[in-house]
Structures are given as C-alpha cells and as structure tokens.
Design a protein around this ligand. Structure first.
Ligand code: 13P
Length: 281
C-alpha cells in the first residue's frame, strides 16, 4: 500500500478509541524496523522527520528520507503515515510537501497566540491546497531538561483550543498537558482532566508530544481521552545508539559493518513490538 493520509489514520485511531504512535526516525534501520513491525502487528503507524536532525546533524534530507519511507511503505499493506515534525519555517515546509510528506507540523507555540494563529492559518491554506494535513501546537510542550512540563502557564487552555481550531482549520493539535521533549528529570504526571476538557471543547484529534518516559498507565488513559497521535523520539534514538554500541562491544574486531544492520534492526523491532502494544487498533 502506498502512504495513507495522517488524517485518515487519526480518524481510524479515534474510531478505535486509541492512539497511533508516531516515531521520529533518522536512518534506514529505524524506518525499516517501524514499517516491518507495523506490518507484522497490522497496526497503523506514522514515521516522522525532525528538521533539526537534517539542519544540525545532516542526518536526513527530506527528499532522500521521503524516498526511503515511500519505497518501504509501498511493500506493506498496513497504513503508514508520513509527517514532518516541528517546523516553524514555511519554506522548509514547502520543501517537505514537494518531497512527498503527506502531513506537516507548523510549530508556532513560541509565538504569542495571535501570531501562532496567523502562521498556522497560512500553513493550513498552503498545505491543504496540496492535500497535505497540518498539525499545530497550542500552549507549549517544551523540554524536560528545562522542567517545562511543570510550567502551568504553558499548558493548553480548553477554551483557547476551541477558538484556535475553529479559526485555523488545522487537522490536529498538539497539546501541553504535562509532557515535555527529552529525558524527564522526574516521572511526568499528565493533566488528564485538562485533556478531557480540551477534547470536549474541540473537534480535532489531539497529539501528545514528549512520549519517551511517560508511564504506560497514564498513556492508556490519555489515549481514551482524546489523544490520537503519540510522538516518540528520545527513547527510540537512544536504543538505536545503544544497539550500535552493543554490537561494537560484543563483536569487537570480529564484527563487521555488513552484519551490524540486522543486529540493530532486531533490537529496534523487539522494542517496537512491545511499544506498539499500547496502540489498540
Ligand atoms: P521525545 O523525544 O521526548 O520522545 O518526544 C518526541 C516528540 O514529541 C517529537 O515531536
């Protein structure tokens, strides 16, 4: 099957009262493992590129990344979604749309509300003209290292979310309810009441960022209270790194570069099989 629109996958998740998991990937092993396990479990999944990994680390150019995702998705039957994560640069978003991303995130969360609305509306107009979905962010999810998940003034307000979605016509919205990107300093505690109130006030699928390190019982509750897309990056990247390190340490000079990918993919796939149990399609 070719790629399936992210909005269609989120609709399926909403119907099943669950969340699809969206994994940040940088390389072939990560993308291959996500697609393979999704097919094995017959659970839809989303693959995301985080622009910083292109800008700062030269890890993946959007066009090359898109070619890999499209080619692997074409070999399987399960729906695979394809999304550009956090961007606030319209030119970069256009580049991603041209490369074949079927969904983009415009992150105006660092702007004052009115400016976030203007920027989001602009991207929605452009992206929808190309039949591409748009995710926005309201409130600010921030970074775990800055203890941002504890900053209540950054949390999404239900009434503001209702007006924001109505005005921007965005397809999904990332909410700030106590999660944050990166490694948590303390176990996070999601504000599930706030999530339920945002869900009641809006009619778009809600997205939870900062997925690494949130306890499963909280995630399971969040998935039944409106979260239909759940982003995971840090723990998947760390496992990729640890698996390469483990291969090198285990096989030392007996190891070789050609045997390493399968070793790494097995580690990534074992993690993904467990993680994707959370997604109750
Ligand atoms: P983590 O890296 O904390 O898992 O968050 C991923 C994310 O939200 C990407 O948008």
């Amino acid at each position: 099957m070719a790629l399936v629109k992210v909005s269609e996958i989120l609709r399926m998740a909403d119907e099943a009262n669950t969340s699809v998991i969206a994994f940040n990937c940088t390389d072939y092993n990560m993308i291959y493992s996500v697609v393979t396990v999704a097919e094995e479990l017959q659970k839809p999944v989303i693959i995301m590129l985080y622009p910083e990994h292109h800008h700062l680390n030269n890890a993946a150019d959007p066009a090359a990344f898109a070619a890999t995702v499209k080619s692997l998705a074409a070999n399987v039957k399960v729906p695979i979604g394809f999304h550009l994560d956090h961007s606030s640069d319209i030119n970069y978003i256009m580049k991603a749309i041209k490369a074949g991303f079927t969904s983009v995130m415009i992150d105006g969360s660092m702007l004052p509300l009115e400016e976030n609305i203007v920027l989001t509306k602009k991207v929605v107009e452009i992206a929808h003209a190309f039949d591409v979905d748009v995710e926005a962010e309201l409130g600010r999810v921030g970074f775990a290292k800055d203890s941002d998940q504890d900053k209540l003034d950054m949390y999404t307000k239900p009434e503001v979310a209702a007006a924001f979605c109505e005005e921007t016509k965005v397809d999904s919205v990332a909410v700030a309810i106590g999660s944050a990107h990166g490694v948590y300093l303390e176990t996070p505690k999601l504000d599930l009441e706030r999530l339920a109130a945002i869900n009641a006030a809006t009619n778009v699928p809600l997205v939870l960022h900062g997925g690494s390190g949130i306890p499963n019982d909280q995630l399971e509750q969040a998935f039944t209270k409106g979260i239909n897309k759940f982003n995971v990056g840090t723990e998947f990247f760390q496992l990729n790194y640890d698996s390469i390190k483990e291969y090198c340490e285990t096989y030392k000079e007996k190891g070789n570069v050609f045997d390493m990918p399968k070793f790494v993919q097995e580690k990534l796939m074992a993690y993904l099989r467990k993680k994707m149990e959370l997604s109750k399609f």
